[in-house]
Every structure is written in C-alpha cells, then in structure tokens.
Design a binder for this molecule. Sequence first.
Ligand code: UD1
Length: 422
Amino acid sequence: MSGIISIEGGVPLQGRIRVEGAKNACLPIMAASLLCAGEVTLREIPALEDVFNMCKVLEALGAKTKYDAAQKKLIINSEGPLQTEAPYELVRKMRASFLVIGPLLARIGRARVSLPGGCAIGIRPIDLHLKGLKAMGAEVIIGHGFIETVSNRLCGERIYLDFPSVGATENIMMAAALAEGITVIENAAEEPEVVDLARFINSMGGRVSGAGTDTIRIHGVSSLNCTDYTIIPDRIEAGTFMLSAAITGGEVTVENVIPTHLTPLLAKLREAGCQVVEEEGLIHISRTGPIRAVDIKTLPYPGFPTDLQSPMMALLTYAKGTSVITETVFENRFMHVDELRRMGAQIKIESNCAVVSGREKLYGAPVKATDLRAGAALVLAGLAAQGRTDVSAIYHIDRGYSNFTEKLASLGAKIKRIEQPW
Ligand code: UD1
C-alpha cells in the first residue's frame, strides 16, 4: 500500500504537539538488546516502519519482540539461541540493520550480514565499522554480497575513527561492551543518540564512559543484565515541527524535547527571524515578521544536523534574500532540490553547496519524496505554498515520522493522507 500526502497550503499552524522517542536512538538500542541474554523493556518507542523492520531483523536472528503501540513499549527477549545471519531482504530495506553486527559478534562470536545497499543520500561505506571490529581481533570476510565477521575473543583496543561516524561509533561500542579489556574510541561521534546507547548499555550493567565527547572508553564486562529503559525524544522530529511553525508563520509549542539537543537549529531559527523560547522539556516557537536568509553548514554534532538540512532549506526558499547551504556529511543530499524547484523555488547547486534565492511565494505541485527527510521538507514547503501540493512516495516519510499527517492536522494544517493500492 502506498499513498500521497495532499496539502492545501497557507494555514499558520497553531497549538501544542508532543514529540516521540528518537528513531535514531531506538534502532541502535534495539540492536544492542542482543547483548543481553534475557528480556529488555524499551519505552517511548515510536510506531515507525524502521522500528517494525528492525523488529523483523531481530526476530530473524532468533529474538522475540512484542510491541504495544498504545503504551509505546517494546519488549525484546534475546535469550536465544541466536542465529548469525541477518537476511538480505530485511537488511536492504534499512541500513541501520547493519548495527546488529557488533552485538552479534560480541555475544555469539559470529555475524553474517548482507552488505547494506547503496543508499539514496550517498555511498555510505562501512569501512570505519569494519576497521574498529578488525582492530578488536575480528576476522572480516567480504564476498557474495555479505560481510561475515568471526571472533572467539574480542579484545579492547584504541580505535581512531577518520570521521566521527555515528553508526561506526555505535557498532564498535556494542562490540566492546562484552569484549575483554578496555576499548577507546577516538574521534567518536558525539550525537545524543550515541549517548543514549551508552546509557542503555550502562543500564544493563555495562561500563561505558565519555559518551558525548570525542573519546569514549568501554570497559568490557562478561555479561549484561535485563533492563527497563526509556528512549530520549527525537530531536529531528522536534525540529521538523518547529520548522513547520516557522514556515507557516504560526505559533507552536513542542513538548517532550531536550532543548540543548537542538542548539544549532534554535540559533538558526532565531537568526531567520523566529521567536524561540526554551523551557524545561518545551520549546515555544512563533514567527510574525518575514523569514530572513541565513547560511547553514551541516556538521557532526554539535553542528547543524544533516537530517534537518532539507527541512531547513524548505524554510529558506521563502526567505528574504539569499542563503547558502553547505552539506558536509553526505555527498548526495540535495535530491529534494529538483522537487522544490517544481514548486517555484530558486536554488542553484554548486558542488556541495546550495544557493537558495528566497521567493515570496511557492506554488503547490505534485512532487515526490526521494528520501525520508526530503519527504518532510516537501510537506513543509507545501504547508506554506499557494494551492495544493501532492507528495508521493510517502513510504519514505513513514520510515521516520509516525502519524505525520494527523499531527500536522492537529495543528490546523489542511492536510490528508490518501492511500493508493499500488
Ligand atoms: C546516522 C543516522 C542518520 C544521520 C547520520 C549523520 C541512524 C540510524 N542514522 O546515520 O539519520 O543522517 O547518522 O548524522 O542513526 N562513513 C564512512 N565510513 C563508515 C561510516 C560512515 O565513510 O564506515 C561516512 C558516511 O558515508 C557519511 C558520514 O560518514 O558520509 C556520516 O555517516 P554516519 O555518521 O555513519 O551516519 P549513519 O550512522 O549511517
């Protein structure tokens, strides 16, 4: 079943909205549940396609999963016996399934995972994941579209990452949690989701310190215990709702947020002329004046998040003046540009920079989501456009936003989802 999201633009959004648990925290934490030979309870788990897909991956590996949508609670039992192979059919749908390789290797000494296919937003290699696992003593065999890793005894090591990759930091941290001795990850990713994974491992009795800085130390333990853990709020979903208020000139309170996780976005929203008030667990955002042009450069945390680059670009297509957006994290993350142009946006691409000349108006058009955040950006552009925008290929949006249309409609947007049986 696929469908479209249809939007009649021009309504300033008003009201309050509660943010869900973070997709990018819960996927690695679900994988890390494999480290515990028992039951793990996870709370604030959003009803997302990526979460359901990760459940299937865990089931294929021999774990049992039970999701309670009303309570947003997921129980994972990895008592075993566990299988070593994550099937291609599941892995190809979601790159994050590659995160099971670290915990499987640590728990049962072997993991066979199909190579994550090329992803729409770039080449996204896995060399840093493998460099870390090899340094800890794993043998890595690549062939026939699969990566197989084997080790009877993972040992702690000093591992320097050439780039602070989120996934590599997480995979290595999970493998190291049950390794012998101390692993030090240098130039580690500092993202809040990495910190959440470290806290989860520690809640099972692990010994991880330094998460949230560029040096993480993991003191391996012999086994990990059952735990009950609540996932952090989704800073990208929160940012998307803030941008939806900004783009429509509305007034929205976003609840269940950790404002410090959103520092770069809040700074840029203020520069762009929005009023932003932070409180404990809340952010109020409104805009009455025009949108001002601002320059953006995506960077690893605490820099501006690449996942908000396309929604921010949607806002800047309506700005007074010219904005320069530089993407430094992924090499092919401007695919939304052609679709925004179809709505009348004026954007020039030069290498990894997009030069956005703001327009007073964009016009509704049929457009296509090319990836998750690009899909969100098109919905935002449509919320402020004159006339009707139909966004197709919305399965991309379902991967990372639950009840997106319902939530925007609750803020007053004229938006609906139309299912199509093809
Ligand atoms: C995670 C997030 C994704 C976010 C990204 C950057 C999840 C499930 N996804 O993706 O939403 O956009 O962080 O914040 O958490 N790289 C290498 N070699 C490697 C690994 C990565 O060169 O072994 C490169 C990638 O090609 C990319 C850059 O590093 O250019 C960042 O990738 P990484 O931080 O690993 O992103 P993901 O963990 O895939």
